[in-house]
Design a protein. Structure first.
Ligand code: PLP
Length: 391
């Protein structure tokens, strides 16, 4: 059996690739996992009880569009966090985590043709891997646009040639960005929204790290769109409880967008989507309504940023992450360095190139390591000191 041709160039996924690189060798010390971005701070303490209370509802088919309670809890959160009023009936749809939503929204919204040609899906390079597969699945052409130090770790789409921009149907942006920890400013979003209007494309804003930040809450694309009076159909925003609430296993997030976009997404999901089980919808409703656990978790990340700066501050070209829970560490050769660190210390980190694609201009991930700052702070410190000693 073989993949159909459109998937034939898909590299092995990042984590099996890392295992193939490292597991041929013994680790040089107590194993510390700093590769996978799985949150490890406590989840909200009320989840278990609520799940138990609603467990009987696993016996029912859940509504595709989400319960009214969940949708209202989501729009109230958007109102508090971004100062944007949305209609829970029209503007949001719950999803099984942002990965599923990004994939299915791309299927629902990518056209067959754009400007008389195959449509382009722009994505930052490096990027969260589902962006490319969503684009390929819909038979669009993924285009990888460097998001490196020179571009402020966000893709500079405005500088692409006009004929390329005219073929763009979707532009993915991740802010705060995984892996670089960059944050899009309000000017960045405003310029991109204008570009989307001028070239008739839709922005997919992946904001699943929006609640993990150092100082100031990152501005949301929804807020900027409202402030500049952008067409609401230009923007599709993705959020998740995985990082905000340390519930990656709950598989719960939402899409917020203009009413036409949401109607199309819901229509396709009615055929092929997997709605969130009802007990999960009840839990999610309560979790979006609570900020206490989010503030506690953020405080732990803020303490971690201080430790990261202290240990890595003198690494040449070190960029302190502004948000998110990754360190994007410049090391010249990410693969060789990940292997050296594993062999010398037992710390497992991900070569940056496993999250990027080589292009004619080079591979913007090749000289980096992605280090996940998810472990308990003392374990994280031990891991970072071990990495530092290898550089
Ligand atoms: C940038 C980015 N987007 C989306 C996701 C998907 O998260 P989830 O599906 O758990 O919401 C992740 C998870 O690591 C991510 O890093």
């Amino acid at each position: 059996m073989q993949f159909p041709e459109r998937f034939s160039n898909l590299p092995e996924y990042a984590f099996p690739r890392m295992r193939a690189l490292l597991d041929e060798h013994a680790g040089g010390g107590n194993v510390i996992h700093m590769s996978i971005g799985e949150p490890r701070h406590p989840m909200p303490d009320f989840v278990g009880e609520l799940l138990e209370r609603h467990a009987g509802e696993f016996a029912k088919y859940p509504p595709n569009e989400g319960t009214a309670g969940l949708r209202s809890s989501i729009t109230r959160w958007i109102g508090r966090r971004f100062n944007v009023e949305l209609d829970p009936e029209l503007h949001v749809v719950p999803i099984n985590g942002s990965r599923e939503g990004l994939f299915n929204a791309a299927l629902a919204l990518l056209p067959e043709r754009k400007a008389g040609d195959v449509p382009i899906a722009l994505m930052p390079n490096p990027f969260y891997q589902v962006y490319s597969v969503g684009a390929i699945m819909a038979q669009a052409e993924p285009m990888f646009v460097a998001a490196n130090e020179e571009t402020g770790f966000l893709p500079d789409y405005a500088n692409l040639p006009k004929d390329v921009l005219d073929r763009v149907a979707i532009a993915f942006v991740c802010s705060p960005s995984n892996p670089q920890g960059g944050v899009a400013s309000s000017e960045y979003w405003a310029e991109l929204l204008r570009l989307a209007e001028a070239h008739d494309f839709v922005i997919f804003a992946d904001e699943c790290y929006s609640e993990v930040y150092r100082n100031t809450p990152p501005i949301g694309a929804l807020e900027v769109a409202k402030n500049i009076g952008a067409d609401p159909e230009r923007l599709v925003v993705f959020h998740s409880l995985s990082k905000r609430s340390n519930l990656p296993g709950l598989r719960s997030g939402f899409i917020a967008a203009g009413p036409k976009t949401i109607a199309l997404t819901k229509k396709l999901r009615a055929y092929s989507g997997a709605p969130l089980p009802l007990p999960i919808q009840h839990v999610s409703e309560a979790v979006w309504g609570d900020e206490r656990h989010v503030n506690l978790s953020r405080k732990l990340y803020q303490e971690k940023y201080v430790v990261v700066d202290e240990i890595m501050g003198d690494v040449p070209e070190y960029h302190p992450p502004s948000a998110g829970f990754f360190l994007w560490l410049p090391v010249w050769d990410g693969e060789a360095m990940a292997l050296k660190i594993w062999k010398n210390t037992g710390v497992r980190v991900l070569p940056g190139a496993y999250l990027s694609r080589p292009t004619a201009e080079g591979d913007p991930g090749a000289g980096y390591l992605r280090v996940a700052l998810v472990a308990e702070i003392n374990e994280m410190r031990t891991g970072l000191e071990a990495i530092r000693a290898c550089l």
